[in-house]
Design a binder for this molecule. Structure first.
Ligand code: SF4
Ligand code: SF4
Length: 327
């Protein structure tokens, strides 16, 4: 192990771990706000990605920080998660709870001007709030931001990792700006960062009708396939046009005839059958196997590259026709 790597490990031990633990404690402290929505016994436990990454760095000499995250973006992510908690105190004392159609159009335009590709509204089920965390409102605005196809096609590589982390960071900033925009217009809001979120985003976005969760555990959207990161803003606005249906359930059938992500996952972390995790969550992913490969090889993303929906264009319609023909 080189001297640079040793110094970096010492730095992470000294400052990184305590900083991330402090951030998690701050997010958990939201639970003390009167009236906050709590998780339920059916909720799952959050996998603390940045903390687990730092633990792995301590344990494994063959893994370096540059394989895991760009430090500048990580610091910005941490800053914006802090802001998402601290800015709650800026909520108006007597917030409005009704928004006009014109204002919602303005809100969508504002979100798009900050790089958000899809924005939808859904009621947040408390089962999707992670254990020990809380959300201020169950009126959720779901945000999806596209990840570059060109960079995903280079997975696994440093370029891909920089883009993926960059998208997390940009979407986290957008969520904070959207929350601020709502406050400026007299509404209460709470931003939820895409990395270290308070709720399980893929099933929430599925409930919002944005797409369908594929075998790789990622949300597949018609426009971008799984090349999206997800975030949310919870608000006191009660008359949002909440989604109550989803047209993408056929993707489940297509996954059964495809299986490309299962075949191409290097550590074979994606299974045909279900995995029930200690957290209570049911997926097709062996989380620890994925995580260690992900940490060692630039955030991996090979399953995103392998997924045919990532091609976008007319892929969604084409694959839907293939699936219907097979019935
Ligand atoms: S990110 Fe990589 S290791 Fe994890 S499930 Fe996808 S392909 Fe497998
Ligand atoms: S690669 Fe195939 S099986 Fe995997 S999520 Fe995409 S469509 Fe489904």
């Amino acid at each position: 192990m080189g001297i640079k790597h040793k110094l970096m490990k010492a730095f992470i031990q000294r400052f990184g771990v305590s900083r991330v633990k402090g951030l998690i404690a701050k997010q958990r402290s939201l639970n003390e706000i009167p009236g906050i929505l709590h998780p339920t016994p059916n909720s799952t436990t959050r996998f603390e990605i940045p903390l687990e990454m730092m633990n792995l760095l301590q344990e494994r000499d063959d893994i370096e920080m540059r394989h895991m995250f760009p430090i500048r973006r990580l610091l910005s992510v941490i800053k914006n998660i802090h802001l998402s908690v601290d800015s709650i105190s800026n909520n108006p004392l007597n917030p409005s709870t009704n928004a006009s159609t014109d204002f919602l159009e303005e809100l969508k335009e504002f979100a798009q001007s900050h790089g958000v590709g899809v924005i939808e509204f859904v009621k947040l089920p408390q089962d999707l709030i992670f254990h020990e965390f809380g959300a201020l409102y169950d009126n959720a605005i779901i945000l999806a931001m596209e990840m570059s196809k060109e960079k995903i096609d280079k997975a696994a590589s440093q370029e891909t990792m920089n883009m993926v982390f960059g998208t997390y960071d940009d979407l986290g900033k957008a969520a904070n700006r959207i929350a601020e925009f709502l406050r400026e217009h007299g509404y209460a809001a709470q931003a939820d960062h895409p990395l270290g979120g308070l709720v399980l985003f893929p099933p929430l976005a599925q409930k919002a009708g944005i797409g369908w969760v594929g075998k790789h555990g990622l949300l597949i959207t018609p426009k971008y396939g799984p090349r999206v990161r997800l975030a949310a803003v919870y608000t006191g606005i009660e008359n949002l046009p909440f989604a109550d249906s989803n047209d993408h359930g056929w993707i489940d059938e297509y996954c059964k005839i495809c299986g490309l992500c299962i075949k191409q996952c290097p550590p074979q972390a994606i299974l045909k059958g279900n995995v029930t995790h200690d957290t209570g969550r049911i997926t097709n992913i062996k989380q620890q196997d994925c995580f260690e490969y992900f940490a060692q090889f630039y955030g991996c993303s090979i399953c995103v590259k392998a997924c045919p929906f990532s091609k976008a264009g007319d892929t969604y319609e084409r694959l839907k026709a293939v699936t219907e023909k097979k019935r």
